[in-house]
Write a protein that binds this ligand. Structure first.
Ligand SMILES: Nc1ncnc2c1ncn2[C@@H]1O[C@H](COP(=O)(O)OP(=O)(O)OP(=O)(O)O)[C@@H](O)[C@H]1O
Ligand SMILES: [Mg+2]
Length: 289
């Protein structure tokens, strides 16, 4: 039987047990398959970023175990080389693009990660070119990052991660500071990296319309996982979504409101296409009656 890429077993994390009676992450167990596209949603303070930092080994669990590719993450038992290799395999893109760009020229910025890994210089050149091409920013190789738009800056940050050739990229609210077109650029990039390159994508987002693009949605509340399923399954339970402090995706919200007005609609829908289909079906039934 194939092993999951990430396996989390009863993991908890407290920043300061004296002050925080409720741990930031509390008894979380889950598995993430290689090549999957998973969205984490949850109200402010529900533990999403803490959980992401545990996966990325910025933090160590207070309790429980994490396995990456079948190997237990134990900072004390792993060699430096093993730790570096595991860290390299899980890249992270953060919220503020300005905090992630370190160089004054785009291509130097993308080269920064592989340089730190000790990759030979001709190989770095190839990786930088490939990474910029993947994010559609080749023509900006010699540009100054400060001159780019928010979406373009995030794409450069993503290129810097891709150049380290990770198996997984975690996006922690990486679209939160962007305008709608910047958000679209970054979400399209996540989808491309997942579908075309097989990179496991974990995205943390407050935008439900972004979460529905994933194959799986995990909802956290109070440090725990409270919902876990396909977007269709998760958004078919509006009461639970609202209890977790979240809104429904726009299409699901529309269907909910129509139901409240007495229009009979069966099933859940999360995309404009499925929404249109659902409403058409209801109209046909009505017009035939
Ligand atoms: N550095 C820290 N020191 C102490 N407590 C922290 C720290 N970072 C987070 N916390 C607390 O841990 C809990 C979980 O926070 P976390 O940042 O993981 O939530 P989140 O779901 O990412 O929230 P947001 O949506 O606001 O980003 C919260 O109660 C928060 O106040
Ligand atoms: Mg957060």
């Amino acid at each position: 039987m194939s092993q999951p890429f990430i396996k989390v077993e009863n993991v908890s994390y407290s920043y300061d047990e004296e002050i925080n009676l409720i741990p930031a992450v509390s008894g979380v167990s889950l598995e993430i398959e290689e090549g999957s596209y998973v969205a984490f949603a949850g109200r402010n303070g529900s533990g999403k970023s803490t959980f992401a930092k545990l996966l990325n080994m910025i933090l160590e669990p207070s309790d429980g175990k994490i396995y990456i590719s079948g190997k237990e993450i134990d900072v004390n038992a792993m060699t430096d080389a093993e730790l570096m290799e595991t860290r390299r395999n899980i890249g992270m893109v953060f919220q503020n693009p300005d905090n992630q760009l370190v160089a004054t020229i785009v291509e130097d910025d993308v080269a920064f990660g592989p340089e730190n890994l000790g990759v030979p210089s001709d190989e770095i050149r190839r990786r930088v070119d490939d990474a910029l091409k993947t994010v559609g920013m080749s023509e900006y190789a010699k540009s100054e990052p400060q001159r780019l738009s928010g979406g373009q800056k995030q794409r450069i940050a993503i290129a810097g991660i891709i150049a380290m050739m990770p198996k997984c990229i975690i996006f922690d609210e990486s679209t939160a500071m962007l305008d709608p077109s910047g958000r679209r650029e970054v979400v399209d990039m996540m989808e491309k990296l997942n579908r075309e390159y097989g990179i496991t994508i974990i995205t943390i987002t407050h935008y439900m319309d972004e979460a529905v693009r994933a194959d799986r949605v995990i909802v956290m509340d109070g440090g725990r996982v409270v919902m876990d399923g396909t977007p269709e399954q998760v958004y078919a339970e509006p009461e639970k979504i609202r209890a977790a402090g979240l809104e429904l995706p726009q299409c699901a919200e529309l269907v909910c409101r129509l139901r409240e007005k007495g229009i009979k609609l069966d099933g859940c829908c999360i995309t404009p296409e499925s929404c249109a289909e659902l409403i058409c079906r209801a109209l046909e039934v009505t017009s035939n009656e």
